[in-house]
Design a protein around this ligand. Structure first.
Ligand code: 13P
Length: 245
């Protein structure tokens, strides 16, 4: 399976900084890039995606579930598509935590994104408290079952699931190979029971949480991991190039 690397800039970089980043990335991209790569830029920089090397896709970090209307400050799927955006992150734990995104809202957003032909990067993962109380499987099941409610099997090809344990995000603590492998198995089991064995086998699953060029190799070797969703380490173009190379 082709590897996928998604950079999540979060709320970082002004437009001049993004332009510098793009120049550096374009100049140092390996000629033989064999993975799918996407930069999820802040909304304000999405218009700069056109300056990226054509092998790199542009993504957004969120979108609204309605097509248009009186939602001050929000961004619709159409608005993203018009800027050449191909991917959208949905259900990031920071949005669940700070912006009260519920599983129900995430499900609506996924349906809207798919209807507009956007590829969805659906984030799931447990908090430290949930892990310590052995609720990881239960939480992953809740998040995935509600996110995928009403989604047909043929639509799964438009969805990439990113396993991002909340306690590993921005903490420098990478989940162990055993924890990641177990989460991947749980996710595939869920897909298999709700759809089919084939769907479970084909499901693209990424890891996210404090991944760097130093840890990428061993994480990418984990059975069933197809790539990574990278936060902090993606903000330095040379570090991100090391990860995707
Ligand atoms: P870090 O790589 O900074 O831990 O962030 C991960 C993440 O939240 C990507 O979406």
């Amino acid at each position: 399976m082709k590897k996928i690397f998604v950079a999540n800039f979060k709320m970082n970089k002004t437009n001049p900084e993004v332009l510098d980043y793009i120049q550096e990335l374009n100049n140092h991209l390996p000629e033989s890039l064999s993975s799918d790569v996407c930069l999820c830029l802040p909304y304000t920089s999405l218009c700069l995606g056109k300056f990226l090397d054509e092998r790199i896709a542009v993504g957004a970090q969120n979108m609204h579930e309605e097509d248009f209307g009186p939602f001050t400050g929000e961004i619709s799927a159409d608005m993203l598509c018009c800027l050449g955006v191909k991917y959208v992150i949905i259900g990031h734990s920071e949005r669940r935590k700070y912006f009260n995104e519920t599983n129900e809202k995430i499900n609506k957003k996924i349906k809207t994104a798919l209807r507009h032909g956007l590829k969805v990067v659906l984030c799931v993962g447990e908090t430290k408290v949930q892990r310590n109380s052995k609720r990881t499987t239960e939480i992953l099941s809740q998040q995935i079952e509600s996110a995928l409610s009403g989604i047909f099997e043929n639509e799964l090809k438009g969805i990439i699931i990113a396993y991002e344990p909340v306690w590993a995000i921005g903490t420098g603590k990478v989940a162990s190979s055993e924890d990641i492998e177990e989460a991947v198995k749980t996710i595939r089991k869920l897909i298999s029971s709700h759809y089919s064995k084939q769907a479970a086998q084909d499901q693209k699953i990424l890891y996210g949480g404090s991944l760097t060029s130093g840890t990428a190799k061993s994480i990418l070797k984990i059975d069933g991991i197809c790539g990574a969703l990278v936060g902090g380490a993606s903000l330095d173009p040379n570090e991100f190039i090391k990860i995707i190379s």
